[in-house]
Every structure is written in structure tokens, then in C-alpha cells.
Design a protein around this ligand. Sequence first.
Ligand SMILES: Cc1cc2nc3c(=O)[nH]c(=O)nc-3n(C[C@H](O)[C@H](O)[C@H](O)COP(=O)(O)OP(=O)(O)OC[C@H]3O[C@@H](n4cnc5c(N)ncnc54)[C@H](O)[C@@H]3O)c2cc1C
Length: 441
Amino acid sequence: MTDKYRSWGFATASRQRAIVPRWAPEIEQFPKAQEQWGNHSRLAFGRGRSYGDSCLNSAGYLVDTSALSRFIHFDRETGNLSAEAGITLGQILDLVIPAGWFLPVSPGTRYATLGGAIANDVHGKNHHVDGTFGRFVSRLSVHRSNGQTVDCSPRSRSDLFNATIGGLGLTGVITRASLHLIPITSDQLAVRFDRFRGIDQFMSLSSGCHDSHQYSVAWLDCVSRGKNFARGVFMSANHLDERTTLDLTRTRKRIGIPFSLPSRILNKYTIGAFNSAYYLAHKPRHARTVCQHYKSFFYPLDAIGNWNRIYGTRGFHQYQFVVPPGAESVLETLLKKIVSSGAGSFLAVLKEFGTIKSPGLLSFPRPGLCLALDFADRGDATVQLIRALDLQVREAGGAAYPAKDRLMPAESFRAYFPRLNEFLPHVDPESSSDFWRRVSG
Ligand SMILES: Cc1cc2nc3c(=O)[nH]c(=O)nc-3n(C[C@H](O)[C@H](O)[C@H](O)COP(=O)(O)OP(=O)(O)OC[C@H]3O[C@@H](n4cnc5c(N)ncnc54)[C@H](O)[C@@H]3O)c2cc1C
């Protein structure tokens, strides 16, 4: 028993049994589940960068994949890479950037594992042009509870492949995976910053950069009212064109948060002050383009070690949802609710998802406007707020992201994932999670 396993949202810490295999073949040689685990279920655990309870299995075992961190093959000519599933995205980048390659899709943290990125079919700032991570996966090995390891790809056992992409770890433990990388000419990006006021202005900046910029995302002020309502800073970027010196030594010193801050430090005054300072820092009023290292652009929060402790000992919830194209007014209504609750945080991210289809049966990304924001856990008030938001997202035909969730009710889950019935036959009979027990009723 250990309490070292918890999700990034912190408040879901649970006492948890776990085993830590040393490498992929050890899992692949696991006997039938009943012989290994008795009647207990199992679930793969990456690095716990999911905010909610989808990476926890307090009623069974976790298979901690942190030691599955070996590269199997890297072709510097074609950019094809194979590795064990517990390798982190940061470890991959450290190897491939000097050879002129980059991850095809990256979430906002380098600490997610290859297996975790597949199981949540993660998206990045290039969703509008490239879609999700799963589109670039060419092969997977999945260990099932009957003791077999199944190799699958878009052409062979594509049913299991599509269920495993975005499958929340429920189809078995991914032991190895192969990925197509994308070529880059620099580890630096040219990033353009535009300030905006209101969702309409955001929309015109976002649609205006679809053809010109590979990456786009906005920070949105979820606290200010009146003339400052829905103000933000829109960022659009491309990798620099000239081949610059690829320098991995220029890492910024990580600033750690050694202990959890008292919850009262985060209040509407401190958060409001942060939001104003951030907005005003992006002067002048007109756009500017700067050169940024890829770590600053893609992983700004990774520079602050254990930043999740900023929310204090009670932890926090992240709520991330998408509403379909044309539902901008719903987003505005939800934003007004968040502003008037005074519970919004300074870490709100707005992104327009594109129309490229996600391969996974349970993939979250779909066309529309996607907002992610943190709420410090203030008990019942926070739960009621998220439940109210969820109801409106459901009514609008949108969806919430399981990787960020620990409150989603079963009826929302069924509404958000219309291909659930296709997915169910692929659920490994001995796999489960805290999230799955809740949403599967
Ligand atoms: C700062 C920050 C920024 C983020 N930004 C984004 C973003 O921009 N876009 C986005 O999509 N997500 C984002 N996330 C969420 C994060 O990328 C995902 O939750 C990711 O899946 C976490 O990976 P992990 O390896 O830590 O997996 P865990 O959180 O440990 O597990 C996540 C799920 O993957 C399953 N899993 C893990 N490993 C395996 C395996 N080997 N086999 C089978 N299943 C497995 C688990 O069972 C669980 O269901 C962000 C998270 C943080 C902390």
C-alpha cells in the first residue's frame, strides 16, 4: 500500500496498491490476470499528469510504467520512433530534437508518458492543422488480462487500436508504441502575441491564423467583468525557418514550490492582480512577434516544479470542455457564470479545435471552442459550479475531457462519447479505474 500515487489535481490522493515492472518484457510475461492479481482489477499509471481520477484505481492495482523508459528504435532519416510506453515526452524530445525532429502533437507538459499521451489521445496547440496525438501512432503493443500481448496498428487489429487510442487505459497496458515524428529546422519558435477583448475578437484572430500558423492558443481572463470581460492574449507560432544551433543545455532553472500554500493565498484579489498584470505585460496594444525556446512556448508550467501545490492542501479541479462550432454564445454564458462565481483561476486556456477527426473511439477533441481552467477546491461550492457548467455543456452538445475530470456523471459520459457502445467490447475484463467505476455506473 502506498499513497505516493495521486493525480495532478491533488485532492484525489488515495491509498493505492501498485506494482512497478522493470521493463516492457516483464509486463508482457505477466500470467493471466487471476493468477497475478486475484480478483483485483488493474490500471496502467504513467506519471499522474491527469488531473482527475482516470489514472487511479483505488479498488485494485496500478501498473506503474515509470521504469518502462527505453528507446527501441529511432530512424533519423524517416523520423520513425519506437519506445517503451513509460518514456516521457521530454525524454523523446531530448533525443530527437538534435536530429531535427519534434513531437507531432504535444500537450502542455513534457512529463506525460508515451502511453499516457496515447490513452488520452492528447491534443496540442496545433489541433487546428494536425489533429490529435493518436493520428501519428503507427503501432501499439497492448498487454491484456488473458496474458496475451496484442500488436495492433491502423491496418492490423484496427478495432483494438482505435479503442486503445483515447481508451483511458481500459483496454489493457500499452507496453510499446511507434510514432511518426515531424521535421523541424529549429528548436525556437517565432511567436506572435495579440491582445483581444471578447470571444468575437478571439474568433477572428483564431480563424485568421489557420493557414499561416501551425500553433495557436490563448490565455483568457476568467475573472474580470465589464469592459474587461473575456479579454485575453492570443498566441500564434511557427518553428523558426533557419536551422539554428540546437542547444539543449539552455534550460531555465526550475523554480519549485516546496510545500502546499495555504488555500487563502489564492483569492479573487491575488488572481485578479495576476490577470491584469499578464494582460498589461503584453503591450503594446498591437501585435508583436518574439523568438521563444520550445520549452517556454510549449511547457511554461513545467518551469515551476510542483506548481499544483499553489492551490493549497485541498487541491483543485480542472474543468476542460469543448462546445461545438456556432455555440460561441454558450461559451460566453459559461464564462459569465464563472466570472460571477469568483472562482476562476489565472490558468485559463482557450483554443479553437479544428475539424480533423480523432482516431480514438473515446477521443475528446472535436470541432469547436475548447476552454480549460482551474478551480481551487472550495468544497461543495466548487462541486456545484462544475456540475452546473457540465449541465450546460451537455445541453449545448459539447463534451468535457476525462483526463481533467473527477466529477463527470454517467449520463454526461454517455452523451459526450457517442461511440461508447463500439468501445465497450474492447474493455479488458480485468481493467478498471476510479473514473470508470463512476461513469460506467
Ligand atoms: C501542465 C499540464 C498541461 C497539460 N496540457 C494538456 C494539453 O495541452 N492537452 C492534453 O490533451 N492534455 C494535457 N494535459 C493532460 C495530460 O497530458 C494527460 O492527462 C496525459 O495523459 C498524462 O500522461 P501520464 O503519462 O501522466 O498518464 P497518467 O495521468 O498517469 O494516466 C492517464 C491515463 O493514461 C492511462 N495510461 C498511462 N499509461 C498507460 C499505458 N502504458 N498503457 C495504457 N494506459 C496508460 C492511465 O490508465 C490513465 O487512464 C496536461 C497536464 C498537465 C499537468
